[in-house]
Each structure stands twice: as structure tokens, then as C-alpha cells.
Write a protein that binds this ligand. Structure first.
Ligand SMILES: CC(C)(COP(=O)(O)OP(=O)(O)OC[C@H]1O[C@@H](n2cnc3c(N)ncnc32)[C@H](O)[C@@H]1OP(=O)(O)O)[C@@H](O)C(=O)NCCC(=O)NCCS
Length: 330
């Protein structure tokens, strides 16, 4: 079943959140579009702002609270303005189907692709294992969005279209790798192991010259990001095969950096810690808060005796975090 308490979630400039009565005008206007009428998953034949508000008060609220139907909005992350609709329906404990449409004025900005990625995250966070989608053969834009968001075509078969006709459809599926088994909550943050969807923000962060400057790496290319994420996916336990734990720092559901803790001396239970915080989220004590939580995990749960950190001497922001949470030894 779907867990709406994990919403909203955001990727770049797209937010996935419950549909609100404030969206009613834009939603009703979007449903007048020809392509939305033909391809969108619209249970009703005609919508007015008032009928949308009624739908939100009745079915939408009920579906979200029971976890059986999620009628959501895609919104511009900066303004929260409605840009499209995303629905998860036919929900079971393992699978749900996704339908989506973007308001004609907001098309071509990547909201549909990112919306599908966010829907995958939402479904995974709710414990589902698979998302499916169906689309008409002529709907090239939808097929493009689905494939770039990690869906695979599994068959082409006659089925009932969203508009209720029998037609040939492409059936798509996306398997959702199980999410982190656990997460660590601090006052303002959530720390969790990496998952397969972390490539995009990791690349954005680590390809920034101002971030790479004080690290051992050059700014990451797409290939490097892929390799690094593969390594990190395995770093889920200091006492496991990799001897390391790589955690994503999330604030309000948005990844803003990462912390890693790894064993340097097994016999003497010594470890090292490293962190990177998105400079756009700097100056608010997030890095210290995350590092403190991971230190507590290292000392209390993993029973480490000493944890050290090393950094470029010119990296004063990171040194300030270290000074705040660790004892500095020159
Ligand atoms: C399908 C739809 C959601 C796409 O919205 P969007 O805002 O344009 O989506 P995005 O910007 O995220 O991505 C669109 C992708 O499709 C591509 N595309 C758009 N029109 C296309 C076409 N006619 N042929 C091939 N590709 C096309 C774009 O180039 C883009 O790919 P890119 O990122 O690789 O360049 C929108 O057109 C829509 O609402 N259509 C009506 C409802 C619908 O079809 N819903 C899907 C039901 S399964």
C-alpha cells in the first residue's frame, strides 16, 4: 500500500505532492487538452474546478489515507505551481500502475520524466517492488519519458485504454530495487543507504568544481558517477563485506549530501569518517548534525574506539564541522 506520509519528494525543479484544492483550476484546464483526453488516465469525461475540488475532498483524500490510490500533483519545486497530474492506481502490496499527464503550458521541461522517477521513489519508499504503465503505440512522448525514467517495455498487447477503448498498447514495467533497510533520523535530517536512483543528484553535486576542489577526485563524469554509485550501493555495513557505510543525507526528502564511515583497523576497531554537503545547503549546521549522528552510530552501535577525519587544510568549512564534532589533532 502507498504511504503518503513520505510525500512531498523533490527532484531538481519537480515536486511530487498530494493534489490540493488550490490546483483545481489548473487541473481542470489541463484536462481540456486533446492529448490529455486521449492518453491521460481520466476517470471522468469532463472536469470543472468545482468537480476537481469535490474529487479531492472525496476520492483523493480517501485513496491517500487507505493507501490504495494516489492522485498526486507534479509541481514546480520553486513556486509549487501545479504542472501536471500523476496517479498511482490498481495498488497492491507489491505493484501499482502509474498514469501521468503534463499541463500543455509546462511540457518539454522534464517534469514527466522526473515525475516518473519520483513516483518510483515514492512506490519504493512505500515498500512496493514494481511499477507498471501502459501507453498507446502512437504516444511517442510518453514512451520516451518512460524509457528515460528506467521503465522497460515488456509486451505489446490489446488492452483497454484510459479512455475505455480496446486498442493495442505497449506495457511497461520498472522493478524497484528494495530500498535501504533502515534509516537514521536526526532532528532535521534523514540518513539512509544509497539506492539506484541516487545517480542524478550525486552527479550534479560531485561534478561541481567547487565541490571537487577539496576532494581527492576530479569533478565526476557520468561514468565515474555510475561506478561510484555501484560501490556505494554495497557500502551498507561496517561489519559487512565492504567494511564501510555510505549514507545519503536528506532534508525534507531531498538529498543534500552524504556521509561515509569506514573501518581502517579491524583489530583495534578504528574508523574514518568523510562527508560532503551541497554548498547550496551550507551554513545551517546540517553537516555537523549528520556527522554527529554517524559518529554516535560508529561509537555506540559499531563499538569503534576511534574515528578520525582527514581533509584538505584549505577546506575551512569542513574543518569547522570537524572542530565542532571531533577533537582536532594537527
Ligand atoms: C507525455 C507527456 C506527459 C510528456 O510531457 P513532457 O513535459 O513533454 O515530458 P518531458 O519533458 O519530461 O519529456 C518528454 C520527452 O519526450 C520527447 N518527446 C516529446 N514529444 C515527442 C514525440 N512526438 N516523439 C518522440 N519524442 C517526443 C521529448 O523530447 C522528451 O525527451 P528528452 O528528454 O529525451 O528530450 C505530455 O506530452 C502529456 O501530458 N501528454 C498527454 C498525456 C499522456 O500522454 N500521458 C501519458 C500516458 S501513458
Amino acid at each position: 500500500m502507498l504511504d503518503a506520509t513520505t510525500l512531498p519528494i523533490t527532484s531538481e525543479n519537480t515536486r511530487l505532492r498530494p493534489l490540493s484544492e488550490l490546483d483545481a483550476d489548473a487541473y481542470a484546464a489541463g484536462t481540456k487538452d486533446e492529448a490529455v483526453r486521449r492518453f491521460g488516465h481520466l476517470p471522468e469525461s469532463d472536469y470543472t474546478p468545482e468537480s476537481v475540488r469535490r474529487m479531492i475532498r472525496d476520492e483523493v483524500a480517501e485513496g491517500l489515507s487507505s493507501g490504495t490510490l494516489a492522485v498526486l500533483a507534479l509541481a514546480d519545486a520553486e513556486t509549487d505551481r501545479f504542472v501536471g497530474s500523476l496517479v498511482l492506481f490498481d495498488v497492491s502490496s507489491e505493484v501499482a500502475e502509474v498514469g501521468f499527464w503534463i499541463h500543455p503550458d509546462a511540457r518539454g521541461a522534464g517534469h514527466a520524466r522526473r515525475g516518473l522517477e519520483l513516483a518510483s521513489r515514492f512506490a519504493r519508499n512505500s515498500g512496493l517492488r514494481t511499477l507498471t504503465a501502459r501507453t498507446l503505440l502512437e504516444n511517442k512522448a510518453s514512451q520516451r519519458c518512460l524509457t528515460t525514467a528506467g521503465f522497460h517495455e515488456i509486451e505489446r498487447a490489446v488492452g483497454t485504454t484510459p479512455a475505455g477503448q480496446r486498442e493495442e498498447l505497449f506495457h511497461y514495467r520498472r522493478d524497484l530495487k528494495p530500498t535501504a533497510q533502515w534509516s537514521l533520523a536526526t532532528e532535521r535530517l534523514r540518513l539512509r543507504p544509497h539506492n539506484a536512483d541516487d545517480a542524478e543528484w550525486l552527479h550534479e553535486l560531485y561534478s561541481r568544481p567547487d565541490v571537487a576542489r577539496y576532494l581527492l577526485d576530479e569533478p565526476w563524469t557520468a561514468e565515474v558517477t555510475h561506478d561510484k554509485l555501484t560501490e556505494r550501493l554495497a557500502k551498507t555495513d561496517i561489519d559487512g563485506k565492504t567494511g564501510a557505510l555510505a549514507l545519503v543525507i536528506e532534508h525534507d526528502g531531498v538529498p543534500i549530501g552524504d556521509v561515509a564511515l569506514w573501518l581502517t583497523n579491524h583489530e583495534h576497531r578504528q574508523g574514518e569518517i568523510g562527508w560532503v554537503l551541497d554548498p547550496d545547503h551550507g551554513g545551517q549546521g546540517f553537516a555537523s548534525e549528520a556527522v554527529r549522528a554517524v559518529l554516535a552510530l560508529g561509537f555506540d552501535h559499531y563499538r569503534l574506539h576511534r574515528i578520525t577525519a582527514e581533509m584538505d587544510a584549505r577546506n575551512s568549512a569542513s574543518a569547522a564541522v570537524a572542530r565542532c564534532v571531533l577533537t582536532v589533532r594537527p
